[in-house]
Write a protein that binds this ligand. Structure first.
Ligand SMILES: [Zn+2]
Length: 120
């Protein structure tokens, strides 16, 4: 069964045989882990649909900062919450960005960029 990510990256499926299943996009590192899901592929499609909706509702600053080869907004507003760019994410040798580097009030927005909630 093949599944797509909305970044057009290739999505890899893995399972441990005990009910845990994973889907990982090799391009944008989007990650989904489920336990005894009836249909992980359907869960993934819902995740993508939700994210597309969020992107549509997301506001961002016109002001940008150079980040690698691209420019990213200084701040974004997602679900009514303003977030400021904080730092580049640490990328491990498998190309993943470990969630242990994140505080509870942070999230990865553009690939590899960590934003933090601000009350400004
Ligand atoms: Zn992707």
């Amino acid at each position: 069964m093949s599944i797509e990510c909305h970044c057009d990256g290739e999505v890899k499926y893995d399972a441990d045989g005990c009910g845990h299943e994973w889907l990982d996009c090799l391009k944008c590192t989007r990650h989904l882990e489920t336990y005894q899901s009836s249909d992980i592929f359907n869960d993934w499609r819902q995740l993508i649909a939700t994210e597309k909706e969020e992107v549509k509702n997301m506001k961002k600053s016109i002001e940008t900062i150079d980040f690698g080869n691209s420019k990213i907004p200084v701040w974004i507003i997602s679900n009514g919450q303003k977030m400021m760019f904080d730092r580049p994410a640490y990328i491990d040798e498998d190309g993943g960005s470990p969630l242990s580097q994140m505080r509870d009030d942070e999230c990865i927005v553009s690939p590899g960029a960590i934003y933090r909630v601000t009350n400004e």
